[in-house]
Design a binder for this molecule. Structure first.
Ligand SMILES: Cc1cc2nc3c(=O)[nH]c(=O)nc-3n(C[C@H](O)[C@H](O)[C@H](O)COP(=O)(O)OP(=O)(O)OC[C@H]3O[C@@H](n4cnc5c(N)ncnc54)[C@H](O)[C@@H]3O)c2cc1C
Length: 389
């Protein structure tokens, strides 16, 4: 019997799930809408946490490859105010190492068997199995089709797979970002430090990013309407700030505008006990498809990787049991509960952090937040200037 797992989406969640399943001899296909692995620049650093992202990489047996691709010093954190004062600085210490998203995806892709990923496959709709078949039907744009015994939506915020289980859609958080890659010739000048940088003013304008090899900055605001946020407006966010910051906007090489959406922190759904719907117990979603949140807790990719690990183990165990159908139902439901509990905490933190960062309390609030996290994140603090109350 064909027991192939179809994974929709080749982001961190989908690729990690595919890798762990494949190393456990489960048949797997990944369907990805992009035309090839290099069709879109995938820049930006991700810091992988011990219990989630790093655990997944270990389970995928790719820890050595991961360590070999780390960016030293990228986890060094700096917080500045708009006048160029450094309010907080830590060393990072390597406890939460940073890797370029592109390198992480590259490691996972290289580890998959040839032809595991079907590029240029944009899922449009999932259909129930035909009569006398257990295979769930997948319809892609351009009339392409496929079938699978288990379907996992790792297809990001606007998941088509999630539509089978829930009508909920992500809501706009009120924050838009200009996501900018800086020119390779850019070098921080004046007081701008190397490493991660967050800078803010009292008008809820925010700069966030990384300065060093492959510098990248997010220019973010709540002060403009989403329509007013354009690449050209990146300069507006920080007009009036110290001159060192202006160089950042002047060095933008490539940029896109992102409007930040999030699902409610407490997600859940119930499957009908009706026999005609029983195929839905062999379908689930992971990563952003299940719990997209604002990036202000730095947890999204970590949760996506943890989901991939836990779901892989659930599927492997169910398929090895004497009654895979019954086992899958309970394994997937148990997995989803673990996923919701983990994601709910992170979503609440990201919503709180978003409020703190855009509360108009400026860089001092962010410095305080970083100082609070420094003990948890095992960071050596070099500087912390606490604003007088
Ligand atoms: C600005 C920004 C900064 C961030 N910084 C961090 C950070 O520092 N740390 C962190 O942990 N997280 C961070 N995140 C969050 C992180 O990027 C996501 O949580 C993570 O990428 C989720 O992985 P995923 O695999 O679930 O989804 P995605 O990465 O969104 O991957 C989904 C994949 O599915 C494909 N796809 C979509 N629709 C379809 C379809 N219909 N058919 C087929 N394929 C489809 C997409 O092309 C994509 O390849 C950040 C997010 C943003 C926006």
């Amino acid at each position: 019997m064909n027991r192939t797992v179809a994974i929709i989406g080749g982001g961190p969640a989908g690729l990690c799930l595919a890798r762990i399943l494949q190393t456990n001899a489960v048949s797997v296909k990944v369907y990805e809408l992009e035309e090839s692995r290099n069709s879109r620049p995938q820049g930006g650093y991700l810091d992988l946490h011990e219990e989630t992202g790093q655990r997944a990489i270990r389970e995928a047996n790719l820890y050595a490859e991961f360590r070999a691709n780390l960016q030293p010093g990228a986890d060094r954190m700096n917080v500045m105010d708009e006048t160029g004062n450094l309010l907080y600085q830590d060393l990072g210490d390597g406890a939460i190492p940073e890797i370029e998203r592109q390198d992480l995806k590259g490691i996972l892709l290289d580890a998959l068997e040839p032809n595991t990923v079907e590029w240029d496959h944009k899922l449009e709709k999932v259909d129930s199995p035909a009569t006398d078949s257990e295979q769930i039907r997948l319809n892609f744009s351009g009339g392409k089709t496929a079938e699978a015994y288990i379907v996992v939506g790792a297809d990001g915020a606007w998941s088509k797979v999630r539509n089978v289980l829930s009508e909920l859609k992500p809501m706009f958080t009120g924050v838009s970002l200009v996501d900018a890659i800086l020119s390779p010739s850019f070098k921080p000048t004046g007081n701008l430090p190397l490493g991660a940088l967050i800078a803010s003013d009292k008008n809820s304008n925010l700069l966030m990013g990384f300065l060093g090899p492959s510098s990248r900055m997010y220019f973010s605001t709540k002060a403009l309407t989403p329509e007013e946020v354009t690449v050209a407006s990146a300069k507006k966010f920080i007009a009036g700030w110290h001159e060192d910051f202006q160089v950042l906007a002047d060095s933008i090489q490539n940029a896109t505008v992102r409007h930040i959406f999030a699902l409610p922190p407490k997600m859940n759904w119930h499957r009908s006990s009706d026999a005609s719907e029983s195929w839905k117990s062999r379908l689930t979603v992971i990563g952003d498809a299940a719990h997209v949140m604002s990036p202000f807790a730095g947890e999204g990719a970590n949760l996506a990787l943890a989901d991939a690990t836990d779901l892989a183990n659930s599927i492997i165990s169910a398929l090895a049991s004497e009654d895979p159908l019954t086992a899958l139902k309970s394994q997937i439901e148990n997995f989803e509960q673990v996923m919701w509990d983990r994601a709910e905490k992170a979503a609440e933190m990201s919503a709180q952090n978003l409020n703190s960062m855009f509360s108009g309390g400026s860089a001092a609030v962010i410095a305080e937040l970083m100082f609070k996290y420094s003990a948890v994140r095992k960071r050596t603090v070099l500087k912390y200037y606490k604003q007088p109350q």
